[in-house]
Design a protein around this ligand. Structure first.
Ligand code: DAH
Length: 336
């Protein structure tokens, strides 16, 4: 073959590759030109018969042809190139597959549902957009109460607001069911708050409600919360009640857990008090039963409400509430 003939063959081969329309055609052209018995290896083998003076030019032309054919085949996605890469290096690491993990708030909510599930509680749900009746009136919260103020609550109109607490799900649940009732209600809540390390205008709560025709007491509430504290924070964690006021419970308490870090001795997490405030709670006020059509002489019950962020922050040692919302994988991965 002369140099001129080689150029003609080369042009022909490149045209054939360009015209190939499917993988099978590309593969057969690969075999035809650069396969073990292909025409280019045959020419290389035949180099010894080329007159020595012409060899350098001829050799260069063949190598150029081979390179162009291989590039054209690779451009057509010929499988040959991957096979070669694999043959070349079997130690190339596989592709890293990122599985991800549950968000700490979801973990606290799911764990709480699991713990209360053991005690016979089911999960109830309610909307984030609520009525004044469910969020305030039926919870015995009068119109002049500061929480109803326009500066504390996101109102859409006189009757419609973003719920400020999960407590309205108590009302929805009691209106739709008869005692005995045992529910927890996790969900988003909204208040007009300036965001800082411990405040956010949007946060989460888990409400709890137990109503029965058998007498229910504050001791029942305390034992249930003590069980929850141990399951959630670790064995040995104790529960303390402090007197407080909520319009929808009487008596009302604030609930503290003994500090799970220092076991109550006093440390940075509990600000040296040995206790961490986690919830509001109390015995359902008879007036609330009146609003949902229950006879307060026939039923009694307790209710409680936790801040989900608060539990997540003390459980996982998160110092800033904003980290929970920033979607920074460097933070989220640490809790995986
Ligand atoms: N809803 C109250 C709040 O957001 C928390 C609360 C207190 C819920 C007492 C309750 C309760 O169910 O009994 O501050």
């Amino acid at each position: 073959m002369t140099l001129a003939e080689l150029e003609i063959e080369k042009a022909k081969s490149l045209q054939e590759i360009a015209d190939a329309t499917d993988a099978a055609a590309v593969e057969s052209l690969r075999v035809k030109y650069v396969g073990r018995n292909g025409s280019i290896p045959a020419l290389i083998k035949g180099m010894k018969d080329v007159p020595p003076a012409e060899r350098p030019a001829f050799g260069k032309a063949i190598q150029a042809w081979k390179a162009e054919v291989e590039a054209a085949l690779a451009g057509k996605g010929a499988g040959a190139s991957t096979e070669k890469a694999v043959e070349a290096d079997l130690t190339i690491p596989g592709r890293w597959f990122h599985l991800g993990a549950k968000h700490p708030l979801s973990r606290v909510i799911e764990e709480t549902a699991r713990i209360f599930g053991h005690l016979g509680f089911t999960v109830a749900d309610g909307p984030e957009l609520e009525t004044r009746f469910n969020n305030f009136t039926a919870l015995n919260t009068p119109p002049h109460h500061p929480s109803q103020d326009r500066t504390d609550t996101f109102w859409f109109n006189d009757d419609c607001l973003l719920r400020t607490q999960t407590s309205p799900v108590q009302i929805r649940t009691m209106l739709a069911n008869r005692p005995p009732i045992r529910v927890i209600c996790p969900g988003r809540t909204f208040r007009r708050d300036t965001t800082d390390a411990t405040h956010s205008a949007n946060f989460h709560q888990i409400e709890g409600l137990y109503v029965d025709t058998k007498p229910v007491s504050l001791a029942d509430l305390k034992s249930v919360l003590a069980y929850f504290a141990q399951e959630m924070m670790g064995s040995g964690v104790k529960v303390r009640f402090r007197p407080h006021f909520f319009p929808f419970t009487e008596p009302s308490v604030e609930v503290d857990f003994s500090c799970h870090v220092c076991k109550g001795k006093g440390c940075r997490v509990c600000k040296d008090s040995g206790w961490i405030e986690v919830a509001g709670a109390g015995m359902v006020d008879p007036r609330v039963f009146g609003f949902v059509g229950y006879d307060p002489a026939q039923v009694s019950g307790y209710a409680f409400g936790f801040g989900v962020e608060r539990i997540a922050m003390i459980k996982y040692g998160i110092p800033d509430i904003r980290w929970l919302y920033e979607n920074d994988v460097r933070f989220l991965e640490q809790l995986a």
